[in-house]
Write a protein that binds this ligand. Sequence first.
Ligand SMILES: CC(C)(COP(=O)(O)OP(=O)(O)OC[C@H]1O[C@@H](n2cnc3c(N)ncnc32)[C@H](O)[C@@H]1OP(=O)(O)O)[C@@H](O)C(=O)NCCC(=O)NCCS
Length: 194
Amino acid sequence: MLDRLTLPPLPTLQGEHVILRGPRGSDVDDRLRHPIDPEEEDGYGSSWRREWDGRRYHTREHLTASQRSPDPGAYTWAVEYAGRCIGRAGLGVDADQHCATYTVGLFAADLRGQGLGREVTRLVLAWAFDVLGVHRVQLEVLASNTRAIRCYLACGFRQEGVRREAQLYPDGWKDFIVMGLLHSEHEPQAEIAG
Ligand SMILES: CC(C)(COP(=O)(O)OP(=O)(O)OC[C@H]1O[C@@H](n2cnc3c(N)ncnc32)[C@H](O)[C@@H]1OP(=O)(O)O)[C@@H](O)C(=O)NCCC(=O)NCCS
């Protein structure tokens, strides 16, 4: 009952349109094809605005370093679509508490809003609950990020609370919504490969 979760190696997860897999060198080239999108970066929090000076951050060196995953509980997938990397998904697992924190982002802006985020999220949730065996998956999202919130609600997440004025952005303090999904609430999907 109080055992730690066993952490397997990063699996490859095959969806109808996307593949979630480990990083490749070509993913950095795919990322560099897309310019920094402040709206996207703001979705991950405001700290990038302190690192970003117009030259650093969106570089081969930074992106290559960010592909390394030092912690065995920090799962990071490249999202592959039509043979190219279009984004990333991550699951930070707390093996003691049997819970995980989910992150996702598609840097290919023209592919957002077409259902790929829901597909990615459902693949990760199915693996987290049905294979890894977590009890709970949680996330935080900027309260103004309507598209992401709708994606998470569609995948079963429930709003649990608001972290009021949690981060400072150029135009002021912003709220973050806390969302969570329990194993008992998760609807099983068709079997996943990987
Ligand atoms: C968040 C993200 C991963 C979602 O993936 P996606 O492929 O765009 O999402 P989907 O198309 O699967 O679902 C989007 C939902 O928002 C709706 N939507 C689409 N475009 C929208 C828009 N411009 N504004 C508001 N809602 C929108 C869709 O109808 C869908 O809702 P529904 O399921 O109720 O129909 C993606 O938009 C993204 O990478 N955004 C930038 C980075 C980011 O914000 N990451 C999340 C940080 S918490």
